[in-house]
Design a protein around this ligand. Structure first.
Ligand code: XLS
Ligand code: NI
Ligand code: NI
Length: 440
């Protein structure tokens, strides 16, 4: 077996004092917190598409990346090389999971049946490599957006043949995800939306999207796939308007079609930014609806209107994200998938390591700060007190449904002007800073 990332050994935890850029400063995979190791709490995953497929191309220039598998031209040899590289990469970084689209692990051939044969061979190779490794599949998905046949969408295409093609592709993607013991299956509707309503039957498209998802639920039952289904909201890009706009929209859609018990959400930080929400907002919406499934860990740029998919380094964001995860009871089948890519000018293989180290340390640190905030009840105590008027008297009558407008008018006529207390936002923000700076 050849080594792909030569000259880079296993990345070790050396602590915050270390000046070795190829070491973890905060992510100590073996450190036990509340009975579980950090590795178990954070459940990091490598995104196949950004790490092994992307080459740094943008609309103004070709790829810049230098990769250890450059020069391998046969599509199967290239696919096998990337499988080897993936396991080596995850093992060197102590990352327990990876995620892929069907077309990341092997490229399309001339026909669907040839494509599926290629896929089977690569899946065999992955299965084989899994025997000697602890690295697992966090989730699989199908790429229903790159091929030109999906120009009008996949399950929301105007063409029934494209709908059928997409169904065939997801059927196979579900089978291989099951075969590889994937913990989840993700639906990200990149082209499930519209460019203009002038040519769009929105009602039919939404109904078809729901039909497609219920076919997936049925087929998963049929083959005994017990992974969690996840929908990944995104408001736009590549399509002008995407139906899975944000967490609240997706939850409303699922309820509308009676699908809510089969799906949870995969929340991506940069998609929250594009929907003009904070990452914390999207996670909170998911959490209070018992639908926080998994996270695509990256960060966007507030000055840019597209998915920059940068490695997450903002400790405030990672802290508040992990706060929501901890309050949701931690990850069950989900995890933190680095849907993140190195910048175009970070073109060397070792930049892939720096990117992941940066993201893992940022989330490890955020997790520790969030853990202290939750343990000390900093915000929960304040919030409980802030809403305490609903625990007694007229407030209790309101929440227990005992009173209506008439009773509330009578109460108010007698009670007079409400007495309020401060929201203390600045004080709470200052405490957040203190925890971020002081947490060891
Ligand atoms: C694109 C999405 C995509 C999904 C998987 O913006 O984030 O990468 O995570 O299809
Ligand atoms: Ni994503
Ligand atoms: Ni994205």
């Amino acid at each position: 077996m050849s080594e792909y990332f030569k000259g880079i050994g296993k990345i070790k935890y050396e602590g915050p004092q270390s000046d070795n850029p190829l070491a973890f400063k905060y992510y100590n995979p073996e450190e036990v917190i509340d009975g579980k190791t950090m590795k178990e709490h954070l459940r990091f995953a490598v995104a196949y598409w950004h790490t092994y497929q992307a080459r740094g191309a943008d609309p103004f220039g070709v790829g810049t990346a230098i990769r250890p598998w450059d020069g391998v031209s046969d599509p199967m040899d290239l696919a096998y090389a990337k499988v080897e590289a993936n396991f080596e990469f995850c093992e060197k970084l102590d990352i327990p999971f990876f995620c892929f689209h069907d077309r990341d692990i092997s490229s399309e051939a001339d026909t669907l049946s040839e494509t599926n044969k290629r896929l089977d061979k690569v899946v065999e190779k992955i299965k084989d490599r899994m025997k000697s490794s602890d690295v697992k599949l966090l989730w699989g998905t199908a790429n229903l957006f790159s091929n030109p046949r999906f120009m009008h969408g996949a399950s929301t295409s105007c063409s029934a043949d494209v709908f059928a093609y997409a169904a065939a592709q997801v059927k196979k993607a579900l089978e291989i995800t099951k075969e590889l013991n994937g913990q989840n299956y993700v639906f990200w509707g990149g082209r499930e939306g519209y460019e203009t309503l002038l040519n769009t039957d929105m009602k039919l498209e939404l109904d078809n999207l729901a039909r497609f998802l219920s076919m997936a639920v049925d087929y998963a039952k049929e083959i005994g796939f017990d992974g969690q289904f996840l929908i990944e909201p995104k408001p736009k890009e590549p399509t002008k308007h995407q139906y899975d706009f944000d967490a609240a929209t997706v939850l409303g859609f699922l309820k509308n079609y009676g699908l809510e018990k089969y799906f949870k959400l995969n929340i991506e930080a940069n998609h929250a930014t594009l929907a003009q929400h904070t990452f914390q907002h999207e996670l909170r919406v998911a959490r209070i609806n018992n639908a926080l499934g998994s996270i695509d860990a990256n960060q966007g740029d507030l000055l840019l209107g597209w998915d920059t998919d940068q490695f997450p380094t903002n400790i405030y964001d990672t802290t508040l994200a992990m706060y929501e995860v901890i309050m949701a009871g931690g990850f069950d089948k989900g995890g933190l998938n680095f849907d993140s890519k190195v910048r175009r000018a970070s073109f060397e293989p070792e930049d892939l390591f720096y990117g992941h180290i940066a993201g893992m340390d940022a989330f490890a640190r955020g997790f520790k700060v969030a853990h202290r905030l939750v343990k000390d009840g900093v915000y929960e105590k304040f919030i409980k007190e802030r809403y305490s008027s609903f625990e007694k008297g007229i407030g209790l009558d309101i929440v227990s449904g005992k009173v209506g407008f008439k009773e509330l008018e009578a109460y108010t006529l007698q009670n007079g002007e409400p007495r309020l207390s401060s929201g203390r936002q600045e004080m709470l923000e200052s405490i957040l800073n203190q925890y971020i700076i002081e947490t060891k």
